[in-house]
Design a protein around this ligand. Structure first.
Ligand code: NAP
Length: 465
C-alpha cells in the first residue's frame, strides 16, 4: 500500500471510530441497549489505537508495546474489582487517563522548548493544567471513596476557602499566560504543573457526601477535555473528538446529577462554593423505633396490593439482588404489584442499582426513576427499603440544617407502611440520622439484606398466603 493509501485508510478508520463513539454513548443511555453500547465503544477504541500504530510518526513500536503491556497489567486487575469498589476504580481510571495526557503534554513542551509557538504553548499549558489538576483531584476522590484513613471523607472547609482556591487557579492561568508570552522561561513550567496539582487537591477536599458522585463525573469531564486539548497538540483528530465526547458527556452527566440532587453546580465545580457546612451531621435522635421479624414482614407484604421496593447501597454490599428477585417473583405470583423506585444516586455510582437489578434479571419496565415513582407512593401499601438510607431521608425535604437539605428523595414515608432492612441504626454515606426510622408507620427489619430478604421469601413461600 502506498503511504497515501495508508493515510486514507487511517482517516477512514478514525471517522468510523468517531461514529462508533457516538453510537456507544447513545446506546449506553438505556439498560436495554447498554451492552451493545459497551461493545461498539470497545471496537471503536481498539480500531483507533490500531490505526494510530500505522501513523508514519510512530517509529518506535517497541515502546508502544511495552506501554501496552504495562497498561494492561494495571488495567486488567482494576477491571476486576468488586462492584462496590467501581466508583473509586473509576476515579483511578480518570487519574491514569489525565496523567498520561499531562505527561505527553509535558514532554511535548520540553521537546519543543524554547521554540514553542504561542498557540501551541496555550494548548499545552491548558492541557497540562487541566490534566494535572485532574490527576490529584481524582486520586483524592478515589481515596475518599475507598475510605482511606488519612483522607477525611467529610468535606473540609474553612473560612475564605473559595478565595484561596480561586487565587490558586488564577495563578495557574497567569503562569500559562506568562509561558505563552515567554515560552523560553522553562523554569515557569514545573511551577505551573505544581500549582495545578495543588489545585486538584483543593478542588476535591471540600467536597464529600452527596456531592461525591457529581465530582467524579466532573473529573471524568476534565480528563476528557484534557485529552481533547492533547489531540490539538498532537494534531490527532480522533483524540480531539473522543476527548470532546468524553468531556461533554461527563459535563452533561454532572449537570443532570446536580439537578437530581438539587445541588448548585458552582458548588461542585469550584469545590464547596456556598456549601452548607456539615456541622449538623451526626445528631442522633433519642427516640425508639419499632422493629419487626421476617414473619411479620412476610405477612404484611403478602397482604399488600401495591409494593414499592427501594434499593440502596446496602443491597449492593449484601449482594442481595438475586434474593430480591426471588421476593419479586413470589409476590408477583400472588398478584401483588411490585415495582422498584430507583434514586439517581442510590449506591455508590450512577446506575448502580440498575446494574445490580439487571444482573438479577428484574424486568426493566418494573424499574421506575424517582420522579416517576414518587407520585404513586401515597397510594402504595408498603414501601420496602433495602439497604438504602440517605436517598429516603425526609430531613432532606424539611431540615435546613441537614447537609443533604434540598436533595430530592424517594418519598417512602408517604406510603401506608414503610419497612426498612438494614443491620443497625448506623448512618449512611452522608453520616446523618434518618427521621424516617422513628415514624409511627415505619418498621425496622434489622439484619443483613440478603439473609433478611431470604427469610421473608421463605416465610411467604411457607405460609401459603
Ligand atoms: P447509604 O445512605 O450509604 O445507606 C446505606 C445503608 O445500607 C447504610 O445505612 C447501612 O446501614 C446499610 N447497609 C450496609 N450494608 C448492609 C447490609 N449488608 N445489609 C443491610 N443493610 C446494609 O445508601 P443510599 O441510600 O443508597 O445512598 C447513597 C449515598 O451514597 C448518598 O448519600 C449518595 O450521595 C452517596 N454516593 C452516591 C454515589 C452514586 O453515584 N450513586 C457515589 C458516591 C456517593 P447498616 O450499617 O445499619 O446496615
Amino acid at each position: 500500500m502506498s503511504p497515501d493509501q495508508i493515510l486514507m485508510l487511517i482517516d477512514f478508520t478514525y471517522i468510523a471510530a468517531t461514529v462508533g463513539f457516538i453510537l456507544s454513548l447513545k446506546w449506553l443511555s438505556s439498560p436495554v441497549t447498554a451492552m451493545r453500547g459497551v461493545l461498539i465503544g470497545e471496537i471503536a477504541s481498539a480500531s483507533a489505537v490500531v490505526a494510530t500504530l500505522f501513523d508514519a510518526r510512530v517509529t518506535e513500536h517497541k515502546w508502544v508495546i511495552i506501554a501496552l503491556i504495562i497498561g494492561a497489567g494495571v488495567g486488567v486487575p482494576l477491571g476486576l474489582v468488586k462492584m462496590t469498589a467501581v466508583p473509586q476504580r473509576t476515579a483511578l481510571s480518570h487519574a491514569f487517563g489525565a496523567l498520561s495526557a499531562a505527561l505527553v503534554g509535558i514532554s511535548e513542551y520540553y521537546v519543543a522548548a524554547p521554540n514553542v509557538g504561542k498557540f501551541q504553548m496555550a494548548e499545552i499549558g491548558l492541557e497540562v493544567v487541566i490534566g494535572s489538576l485532574t490527576v490529584t483531584g481524582s486520586l483524592i476522590a478515589a481515596g475518599k471513596l475507598q475510605e482511606i484513613k488519612w483522607i477525611p471523607q467529610r468535606p473540609i472547609t474553612y473560612k475564605g476557602q473559595n478565595y484561596v482556591s480561586l487565587a490558586v487557579l488564577a495563578s495557574a492561568v497567569i503562569l500559562i499566560l506568562a509561558l505563552v508570552l515567554h515560552p523560553e522561561d522553562t523554569f515557569l513550567f514545573p511551577i505551573m504543573v505544581g500549582v495545578a496539582l495543588v489545585f486538584g487537591v483543593m478542588l476535591v477536599t471540600p467536597i464529600g457526601g452527596a456531592d461525591m458522585p457529581t465530582v467524579i463525573s466532573l473529573l471524568n469531564s476534565y480528563a476528557g477535555f484534557s485529552a481533547s486539548l492533547l489531540g490539538f497538540v498532537l494534531q490527532s483528530k480522533v483524540l480531539v473528538v473522543a476527548g470532546a465526547l468524553d468531556g461533554a458527556s461527563g459535563f452533561i452527566l454532572s449537570v443532570i446529577m446536580c439537578k437530581a440532587m438539587n445541588r448548585s453546580f458552582a458548588n461542585v465545580l469550584f469545590g464547596a462554593f456556598g456549601q452548607v457546612q456539615a456541622a449538623a451531621a451526626g445528631t442522633k435522635e433519642d427516640r425508639v423505633v419499632k422493629s419487626a421479624s421476617a414473619e411479620d414482614a412476610a405477612n404484611i407484604l403478602a397482604a399488600a396490593s401495591r409494593v414499592v421496593i427501594v434499593p440502596g447501597y446496602g443491597m449492593a454490599v449484601a449482594q442481595a439482588q438475586h434474593k430480591v428477585r426471588e421476593l419479586y417473583d413470589i409476590l408477583s405470583k400472588k398478584g401483588v404489584d411490585v415495582r422498584f423506585g430507583i434514586h439517581p444516586v442510590a449506591g455508590r455510582m450512577p446506575g448502580h442499582m440498575n446494574v445490580l437489578l439487571a444482573e438479577a434479571d428484574i424486568p426493566y419496565d418494573r424499574l421506575l426513576e424517582m420522579d416517576a415513582i414518587n407520585g404513586d407512593l401515597p397510594q402504595t401499601d408498603v414501601a420496602l427499603v433495602i439497604g438504602a438510607n440517605d436517598v429516603t431521608n425526609p430531613a432532606a425535604r424539611s431540615d435546613q440544617s441537614s447537609p443533604i437539605y434540598g436533595m430530592p428523595i424517594i418519598d417512602v414515608d408517604k406510603a401506608r407502611t414503610v419497612m426498612v432492612i438494614k443491620r443497625s441504626m448506623a448512618a449512611g454515606f452522608a453520616g446523618i440520622d434518618n427521621p424516617l426510622y422513628y415514624l409511627d408507620h415505619t418498621l425496622m427489619l434489622f439484619g443483613d439484606a440478603k439473609n433478611f430478604v431470604s427469610d421473608i421469601v421463605r416465610e411467604i413461600g411457607g405460609s401459603g398466603h
